[in-house]
Design a protein around this ligand. Structure first.
Ligand code: ADP
Ligand code: MG
Length: 395
């Protein structure tokens, strides 16, 4: 794998100003953080650097401000972050950043104002890179979730200051490398979710990489339709059946076994526990029915596939899991994956917004080897793309 420098290579940081790019873009409601997962993810890097005597300067964006405005100020996050970190945190406004930073002591932690208050942040403007760089001696990127963007704080700075991966970034890169870089074989991939169109590149990349491709969710309907199955009024992208066939051909050429459901859970209306609920063979779906989950026989067969594998990468739920009972296939297969992982038989890596929600719903997020909360960056990585923020850290 490509090598990148970490906090193990950063040397003596005592008294040095370290600009640490973190993802502090947390959901807030009425001034309260409703999910502090991202804040907690920063702790290993921030506490380590502070304990080693660095002056820790956090760089982060918050929301999508068009211009500086109080509702997007990172001042709002100072108190919540202080509570999570368990030590004092100061807030530094851009107007007085040079003076404020000069007053900080070794071991201090400060949050710099929203990086996106500079229009040039997202354009990777050299002037903005310079504006950030003059505040620090070293740069640490700990925000994998922002690494698919070549912005001043995520990419530009890595070329301007000595650059290192933070602990969360390091853990994420190592887990992803284990799953798709140099995985133990056989490798299975589960790809689900609503639509083929959002995951075409993921599917194209995976067929060349994995031994088993398990397709579920709404997108499986497009593949079934491509094979001549009448999917009734299921969610289906009929205009993409040609591309679905191309993917199936590419899989065959690459000796990747594609698994499509052969039994499914259907209903006439999309509602919790609908009266029309039934399970049937994929060839028996009626005109007025929708496929909303993978069926129990198929899930059992998929569990058997996982039992033969050493590595699993998972993106996208197998069914409309938010509405019961269409969560069953996802929950059951996720539990199998977690049990195999806990038994030391499987390395399991999952990611994607709804996938993380589905694994939490199944109560098995902790049972996976690694669960990425990175969203867009995780998907681009599944597409085999090089992430500019990661590339810039390579040594
Ligand atoms: P992720 O965010 O993990 O990448 P997606 O956004 O691609 O996942 O897909 C998640 C959505 O797909 C969920 O809202 C789920 O309800 C929907 N979905 C899964 N299976 C079906 C199905 N058979 N019919 C309609 N929607 C489905
Ligand atoms: Mg989603």
């Amino acid at each position: 794998m490509t090598k990148f420098r970490t906090l193990d290579d950063i040397g003596d940081v005592a008294g040095k100003r370290v600009l640490v790019r973190e993802d502090l873009n947390v959901p807030m409601q009425d001034g309260r953080v409703t999910d502090d997962t991202r804040l907690r993810a920063t702790l290993p890097t921030v506490t380590e650097l502070a304990d080693r005597g660095a002056i820790v300067l956090l760089l982060a964006h918050f929301g999508r401000p068009k211009a500086p405005s109080p509702e997007y100020s990172l001042a709002l996050l100072t108190a919540p972050y202080e509570a999570v970190l368990g030590r004092p945190v100061s807030y530094v406004d851009w107007e007085v950043a040079d003076e404020n930073v000069a007053m900080l002591r070794p071991g201090d932690v400060a949050i710099l104002e929203n990086t996106r208050f500079f229009g040039g942040e997202e354009k990777n403007d050299p002037a903005v890179v310079e504006r950030f760089a003059r505040l620090g001696d070293l740069y640490v990127n700990d925000a994998f979730s922002a690494a698919h963007r070549a912005h001043a704080s995520t990419e530009g700075l890595a070329h301007r200051l000595p650059a290192f991966a933070g602990r969360a970034m390091e853990a994420e890169l190592k887990a992803l490398e284990k799953a798709l870089g140099a995985p133990e074989r056989p490798v299975a991939a589960v790809v689900g979710g609503a639509k083929v169109s959002t995951k075409l590149e993921v599917l194209r990349h995976l067929v060349a990489k994995v031994d088993h491709l398990i397709i579920g969710g709404g997108m499986a309907n497009t593949f079934l339709a491509a094979r001549g199955v009448d999917v009734g009024k299921s969610l289906c992208e009929h205009d993409l059946t040609g591309i679905a066939l191309e993917i199936l051909d590419a899989a065959e050429a690459a000796r990747c076994t594609v698994h499509l459901p052969y039994d499914v859970v259907v209903a006439k209306e999309f509602a919790p526990d609908p009266p029309s609920l039934r399970t049937c063979n994929v060839h028996e779906v009626a005109r007025d029915e929708m496929i909303l989950d993978v069926g129990p026989a198929a899930v059992e067969a998929l569990a058997d596939v996982l039992k033969t594998c050493r590595t699993l990468v998972w993106n996208g739920p197998l069914g409309a899991f938010e509405t019961p009972p269409f969560d069953r296939a996802t929950v059951q297969l996720a539990r199998t994956a977690a049990a195999l992982t806990e038994a030391g038989q499987l390395v399991s890596v999952a990611g994607g917004g709804d996938t993380v929600a589905a694994l939490n719903h199944a109560g098995v997020a902790d049972g996976f080897t690694f669960v990425s909360t990175a969203g867009g960056a995780f998907l681009e990585w599944m597409e085999g793309k090089e992430l500019p923020g990661v590339k810039a850290l390579e040594s």
